[in-house]
Design a protein. Structure first.
Length: 505
């Protein structure tokens, strides 16, 4: 009986242990699922935070643009900034996002040139009742917030162009070219470089489709800024300079400077703040990428700050024949800062901090040279959009091929070897890919911009009439100045009447 009882007790304990182990396993699985869900929601919030900062750059562009134009055109340029955000949202929803990102990128028939799957066109695949090859919306909102993040980038690219054609571009023409850039020119470049099916993408594992190592353009020196800058110079050249901007001998004339350096400085700071969402948010996740995101904040800050300091002295010290003025030029310093931010955007995650300083120094010189070149060519660019974004966007792409550190690189050659910068020990494979990719992007953007802007020019839609330009677009198009001079109201009726003074008899 004792033996039988002990066997029964052992069996009971064994069963209880089995039940307890099963419960523990279930609880562990539930805890792991909960942690995974929290991580996914953290990433969703992180991208939403970054996208909000990038979207706030529209406010920075509006302030910068308003300060850089003359008083009589402030309403016009700020309305275009508002429409960049509004019209861009609709276009990016309907087809821009689908052109840029192919949700069926893992399929063998994914197109390396343009997005073709229906999932991202009007976000059709993000709802459960769609006919697309999709499982519907994700559980934690990352698919939705990804659209918002990429929309904010697209709106920035279109805004760059509006500064180059400011003070003389017709609003109807502006709406047309914004549709063309946001809806086709820009998203095709995005697909090439950032979609894993793109032929220039570092994430394309198909070496038969991928060119070279694939490009490193972490946050868009080429994809966003060079695209906007190249379209800007084409538009400014075809549109022609503001009337009276250049003398017959090509000399730049006074009287065309912006009306408010205060707005320019405020806009520069807002853009700088937004750049942290632009660059750090491009890790696309916080979980597992915290160190990279933190380092990106350092390299972004150093490049912008160094470029501003160097740009200040370039303008102060160079002789007039080389574009110097012998004054401490605030506007030039602000644009130099922005040029440094543009220059480091492609390589902000792949270069050491000291090399970010080098990128900033070079960016200041490239901006100054680009600005002088535009005046030499008599191309009128009120905001120096080409010099800031086009020239330094190209420089940023090239800098990646020179300065990328092996440990930070995320591209490989056809043999599976990590590719990195020439000046940090690399063999030149990455630099060759960066140069080839930049050339392809420039050819694409310039060619389509020529078609777009020449079409507007020959139809007579591109430029406002002479009398409207001379009067100012605010008065002729928008009903009055952005700074109405309201007369003081007549307050005499509200003054207390004085009582007659009486004297005692």
């Amino acid at each position: 009986l004792v033996v039988d009882s002990s066997h029964s007790a052992v069996n009971t304990v064994g069963k209880n242990m089995s039940v307890n182990a099963s419960e523990v396993a279930e609880r562990v699985d539930a805890l792991v699922a909960r942690i995974d869900g929290m991580n996914a929601e953290v990433d969703t919030f992180y991208i939403f935070w970054a996208a909000t900062l990038v979207f706030s750059m529209q406010m920075g562009f509006a302030l910068l643009s308003a300060g850089a134009v003359r008083r009589k055109n402030v309403q016009n340029i700020m309305l275009k900034g508002v429409l960049d955000a509004c019209l861009g949202a609709v276009i990016w929803y309907l087809w821009g996002y689908g052109v840029a990102y192919d949700a069926e990128r893992d399929q063998p028939d994914a197109n390396p040139f343009i997005g073709t799957g229906c999932t991202n066109y009007a976000l059709a695949g993000h709802v459960t009742h769609s006919n697309c090859n999709s499982e519907g919306q994700g559980a934690y909102g990352y698919d939705w917030v990804s659209w918002f993040f990429q929309y904010a980038f697209a709106a920035a690219a279109a805004t760059i162009v509006s500064g180059a054609v400011a003070e003389r571009c017709n609003l109807s023409a502006y709406l047309i070219y914004t549709t063309g850039i946001t809806g086709f020119i820009y998203p095709v470049v995005v697909h090439w470089v950032w979609d894993s099916a793109g032929f220039l993408s570092a994430n394309n594992s198909n070496i038969n489709e991928r060119w070279g190592t694939g490009m490193i353009d972490f946050a868009g020196s080429g994809v966003v800024h060079m695209t906007g800058g190249m379209a800007a110079i084409v538009g400014a050249k075809i549109l022609g300079p503001r009337r009276g901007r250049f003398a017959p001998d090509g000399t730049a004339q006074p009287g065309f400077t912006g009306h408010s350096l205060a707005l320019t400085v405020l806009g520069t700071f807002v853009l700088w703040i937004g750049w942290y969402g632009f660059n750090q948010g491009s890790t696309l996740t916080l979980i597992g990428q915290g160190q990279t995101a933190a380092r990106v904040g350092v390299t972004t800050t150093l490049a912008g700050g160094m470029a501003a300091c160097v740009g200040l002295y370039i303008k102060r010290m160079l002789p007039p024949v080389l574009g110097g003025t012998h004054v401490w030029d605030l506007g030039h310093t602000c644009n130099s800062l922005l040029a440094g931010l543009v220059g480091v955007t492609a390589g902000c995650a792949t270069v050491e901090p000291y090399l970010a300083v080098v990128i900033g120094i070079c960016s200041a010189f490239f901006y100054h040279g680009g600005s002088c070149l535009m005046r030499k060519l008599r191309i009128d660019d009120p905001l120096d959009a080409f010099a800031v974004h086009g020239v330094n966007g190209l420089w940023g792409v090239i800098a990646v091929g020179l300065f990328t550190k092996e440990e930070y690189s995320y591209v490989v050659d056809d043999d599976g070897n990590t590719a990195y910068g020439c000046f940090t020990g690399g063999d030149g494979a990455l630099l060759g890919t960066q140069l080839a990719g930049a050339c392809i992007e420039i050819i694409w953007v310039v060619s389509l911009s020529l078609v777009l802007f020449l079409g507007l020019h020959f139809t007579g839609m591109f430029r406002v009439p002479v009398e409207m330009e001379e009067a100012g677009l605010d008065v002729s198009k928008h009903g009055g100045s952005a700074y109405p001079e309201n007369p003081e109201p007549d307050m005499t009726a509200y003054k207390k009447k004085e009582e007659p003074v009486t004297t005692a008899s």
